[in-house]
Write a protein that binds this ligand. Structure first.
Ligand code: UFG
Length: 334
C-alpha cells in the first residue's frame, strides 16, 4: 500500500513526501511538472528512509485516463493532494486556469478515488479561504469569505469534499496553511517558484549583490511598524502536520479542517531584520506602495490542530530563514 501525493514535486509537496517516507510510508508521486520539477522527483526517489518513493508518475488531473491508469496500476491507501495553482495575482487575471485546474482537477481526483474505493484524503487548503479577517487570531470558526479566485477555488474544493463525504463516505482533512516558509534542513528540496512572489525568498534573492533590490510593499498599515503581519509556519513543521492528519484519518477520524500556523505574527520589517541577521548581509531595499489585496494582519489560532492532531510547530523563523537561505545559495551554485 502507498500514499499518493499529487504535486509531490512542488514546494510543499516535496517536503511532505520526505516527512511521509521518514514516518515509514511508501509514496507514489503524481505531478504534471507544470510548476513542480522532474529533478525534485529524482531527488526524492533517491532518498533512503523508513519508507520510500516507489514511483513518480507524470500525469495531469485534467486527463481522466492518467488518473484511471494511476489508480489501476498502484495500490493506493490514501491521498495527500497538493497539485494546484497558487498565485493570487494570476488567479485574478486568469480565473479560468484556476477553476479548471484546481476545482475540476480535484473533482476528477475525487471521482477516481470513489471509483477505486480510496476513502481518505488530506487536502492543501489555505488561510486565503478566510479572506479579509474579521478578527485575529483566526480560528476555524472564522467566516470563510475569500477575496480572490485562488481562495475561492480552495473553498469550493472544501465544499466539494463535504458533499463527497455525505454521498460517498470519502473522509477529508483540510489543512488551512498560513504563510509557509523555509526548506528541508538537510538541503535536499526547497522553494522554486517562477515568478517568486513570496516574501522570504524575495528578500534572500537580494542578498547576492547582483543588483536585485527587495521591494517592500506598504509601510502605512495599521500594525506595530506599518508593515503587514503574517504568521510564518515552517515547511517541515507543516509536513509533520500532514503525517498526523493522515494518521488521524487512518484511526477513523471524521472529516475535519485545521489551521496550520504558529499563533504568532511577524511584520515584513521584522522578517527583513531576521534575514539580515541570519545572512550577515546588508540587504538592499526599496519602499513601495501597498500590493493590492494584502490584508494588514493574518495570524492563525492553531489550538484545534494542537488539540485534535497533537501537532505543534517546533522550528522558529530563524530556522526557516536559515534553511531558505542555504537553499538559495545551493540553487545559485548548482
Ligand atoms: N511582500 C513584500 N515584498 C515581496 C513579497 C511580499 O513586501 O517581494 C509582503 C507582502 O506585501 C505581504 C507579505 O510580504 O505583506 C507576505 O507576502 P507573501 O506573498 O509572502 O504571502 P501572502 O501573505 O500574500 O500569501 C500567502 C500565500 C498565499 C495565500 C495567502 C493568504 O503565499 O498562497 O498567504 O493566506 F493565499
Amino acid at each position: 500500500m502507498a500514499i499518493l501525493v499529487t504535486g509531490g514535486e512542488g514546494y510543499i509537496g516535496s517536503h511532505c513526501v520526505i516527512a511521509l517516507i521518514d514516518a515509514g510510508y511508501d509514496v507514489v508521486i503524481f505531478d504534471n511538472e507544470s510548476t513542480g520539477f522532474a529533478s525534485t522527483g529524482k531527488t526524492l526517489k533517491s532518498i533512503g528512509s523508513k519508507g520510500k518513493v516507489t514511483d513518480v508518475v507524470k500525469g495531469d488531473l485534467l486527463v481522466t485516463e492518467d488518473l484511471e491508469k494511476l489508480f489501476s496500476t498502484h495500490d493506493i491507501d490514501a491521498v495527500i493532494h497538493f497539485a494546484a495553482f497558487s498565485q493570487v495575482a494570476e488567479s485574478m487575471t486568469d480565473p479560468s486556469k484556476y477553476y479548471r485546474n484546481n476545482v475540476t482537477g480535484t473533482m476528477n481526483l475525487l471521482d477516481a478515488m470513489v471509483r477505486h474505493d480510496v476513502k481518505k484524503i488530506v487536502f492543501s487548503s489555505t488561510a486565503a479561504t478566510y479572506g479579509e479577517p474579521v478578527y485575529v487570531p483566526i480560528d476555524e470558526k472564522h467566516p470563510q469569505n475569500p477575496i480572490n479566485p485562488y481562495g475561492r477555488t480552495k473553498l469550493d474544493i472544501e465544499y466539494m469534499m463535504d458533499d463527497y463525504d455525505r454521498a460517498y463516505g470519502l473522509k477529508s482533512v483540510r489543512l488551512r496553511y498560513f504563510n509557509v516558509a523555509g526548506a528541508d534542513t538537510k538541503g535536499r528540496v526547497g522553494e522554486c517558484h517562477d515568478p517568486e512572489t513570496h516574501l522570504i525568498p524575495n528578500i534572500l534573492k537580494s542578498t547576492f549583490g547582483d543588483g536585485k533590490v527587495f521591494r517592500m510593499f506598504g509601510t502605512d498599515y495599521d500594525t506595530r511598524d506599518g508593515t503587514c503581519v503574517r504568521d510564518y509556519v515552517n515547511v517541515e513543521d507543516l509536513s509533520d502536520a500532514h503525517v498526523l492528519a493522515l494518521r488521524y484519518l487512518e484511526n477513523g477520524g471524521d472529516t475535519d479542517f485545521f489551521n496550520l500556523g504558529t499563533n504568532e505574527g511577524s511584520t515584513v520589517k521584522e522578517v527583513f531584520a531576521v534575514c539580515e541577521k541570519v545572512t550577515g548581509k546588508k540587504i538592499p531595499v526599496s519602499i513601495e506602495g501597498r500590493r493590492p489585496g494584502d490584508p494588514a494582519t493574518l495570524v492563525a489560532d492553531n489550538s484545534k490542530a494542537k488539540e485534535v492532531l497533537e501537532w505543534a510547530p517546533r522550528r522558529d523563523l530563524d530556522h526557516s530563514v536559515k534553511t531558505a537561505y542555504d537553499w538559495e545559495v545551493k540553487k545559485r551554485n548548482a
